[in-house]
Design a binder for this molecule. Structure first.
Ligand SMILES: [Zn+2]
Length: 484
């Protein structure tokens, strides 16, 4: 077959994201939610599925679900209805999961992504639905046996189902990052893929470009990072293309991603929805979601990142790269704005936050709210630098001292003995000393017009002054004294 006659295929990708909510207690009982507690210590008759135990809905979980729905521009259902999804698995003691089937809490939303589609318009992915459900327990597979930990059983989840609107693994990657960034603004989840509080399944098929009908779909599970989602999608798209080009047919199946072997393997042929025998949960009556409640939740939504990004570009004239980075995490953007309210020099403040503050966060693998650093102390430091009491090098040293102790800039600078005291006599004495010492070398070179020699002399003075001077001030002083 020649290239000219080859069919061009187009991937169709849809993602399902499970978000564990960080409510104080579980979805249908009063057990505490806590990661890493001793196995089966956070359980009760309800989440153990003991006969006769009755569930009660956690209002905070419903509120968090509504928050997520609103942030994704969804409609919110006027009532909450739960259904039983029946299946058998060792980590599901009731033999069913309480979920939402035909009436999701939120539906018909959109997520706008910071990329463009093929026609140059901002790329939008529909949000088909976002519904509430409970998590199952955890099976721990050991050699020859399987243990079950039911601490996770009954943890509230919101499943966010995106429309089949993504056309490449890269778009899927951007979708996930955008979704996570938006969710991080809501304060409803830890969003940690490591701890399993954010999980993703991917659906992918391919079809000849221009064809409306979807191709045969693979569902990929066990995707523990956004990078893995992208890699697994790339693998599946290539596999589907190869199979179709060889004239073979594909079958719909559920696959697991093996990150070590870098391939998917079959888990099972896909169950149809009817296999789950959904029916309304008889132990939980429907209840109304008053419009006023939704409106009051809407009123508490923060400014979302897309909007904030535009405002950062407009109000603070930041580079797109800096603005995008800062709004990436709400706490960091809040920190920046608080600092700018104390010192109206957004670019200078942004340089510190994107630079030194971020380096510190990366080194500690921490978020800004885990540092003792305050916007006030950062501004105090920048002002010391501006006034010449610190130079670029000592300011960074003082900064690291501040992060260690949580103390202010001036106190730290004094403690570390980094403050530059304007003692002209002492400075002149050092300059004279250096000029005498290097009379025949650097000083002679400088006199002969070699600019580089001045840098050397500044360095020598800085060393003798133990870094407590401003090199920009030293240069002209040395030059003046040599030429005097
Ligand atoms: Zn419980």
């Amino acid at each position: 077959m020649t290239n000219a006659t080859k069919i061009e295929y187009e991937p169709v990708i849809g993602l399902e994201v499970h978000v564990q909510l960080k409510t104080a207690t579980k979805m249908f009982c009063g057990c505490a939610l806590q990661f890493g507690a001793p196995a089966n210590s956070l359980t009760c008759p309800v989440c153990l599925g003991l006969p006769g135990a009755l569930p009660m809905v956690n209002k905070q979980a419903v509120e968090f679900g509504i928050r997520i729905g609103l942030a994704l521009n969804c409609q919110i259902d006027h009532r909450v209805k739960f259904d039983r999804k029946n299946y058998f698995y060792p980590d599901l003691p009731k033999g069913y999961q309480i979920s939402q089937y035909d009436e999701p809490l939120a539906f018909d939303g959109v997520l706008q992504m910071p990329i463009q589609d093929a026609s140059g318009q901002p790329k939008v992915c529909r949000i088909t639905r976002a519904h509430l459900e409970e998590d199952a327990g955890k099976s721990i597979h050991m050699e020859g046996s399987t243990l079950v930990d039911l601490n996770r059983a009954g943890t509230p989840l919101v499943e966010i189902v995106g429309g089949p609107d993504l056309r490449s693994p890269e778009e899927a990657y951007v979708y996930l990052n955008t979704l996570k960034r938006n969710l991080s603004y809501l304060g409803v989840s830890d969003l940690s893929m490591e701890k399993g509080s954010l999980r993703c399944d991917a659906n992918v098929s391919i079809r000849p470009k221009g064809q409306e009908k979807f191709g045969v779909r693979s569902e990929i599970k066990n995707l523990n990072s956004f990078r893995m989602v992208r890699a697994a999608l790339e693998f599946e798209i290539q596999r589907h293309t190869r199979e179709l080009e060889a004239g073979r047919t594909l079958s719909q199946e559920t696959l697991l991603w093996d990150d070590e072997k870098h391939e998917t393997r079959s888990m099972r042929s896909k169950e149809e929805a009817t296999d789950y025998r959904f029916f309304p949960e008889p132990d939980l009556p429907f209840f109304d979601v008053p419009r006023e409640w939704v409106d009051s939740i809407h009123a508490t939504l923060p400014e979302m990142p897309e909007k904030r990004l535009l405002r950062f570009l407009d109000d603070y004239r930041l580079t797109e790269q800096d603005a995008d980075y800062l709004v990436g995490e709400k706490a960091l953007a809040d920190f920046f704005e608080r600092a700018v309210s104390l010192m109206d020099e957004p670019k200078k403040v942004a340089a510190w936050v994107v630079g030194e503050v971020t380096r510190e966060l990366n080194d500690r693998n921490a978020g800004i709210d885990e540092l003792t650093l305050t916007p006030e102390s950062l501004i105090e430091l920048i002002k010391l630098l501006d006034s010449g009491k610190l130079n670029n090098i000592t300011a960074k040293e003082v900064f690291h001292g501040m992060v260690e102790t949580g103390e202010g800039a001036l106190a730290t600078a004094k403690k570390l003995n980094k403050l530059i005291e304007q003692d002209d006599d002492a400075m002149n004495a050092v300059i004279d000393e250096v000029i005498t010492e290097f009379k025949d070398k650097a000083v002679a070179d400088f006199k002969a017009g070699e600019e580089k020699a001045l840098g050397f002399l500044i360095g020598q003075c800085m060393r003798k002054l133990k870094g407590k001077a401003n090199p920009k001030e030293l240069g002209p002083k040395i030059a003046a004294r040599i030429n005097a």
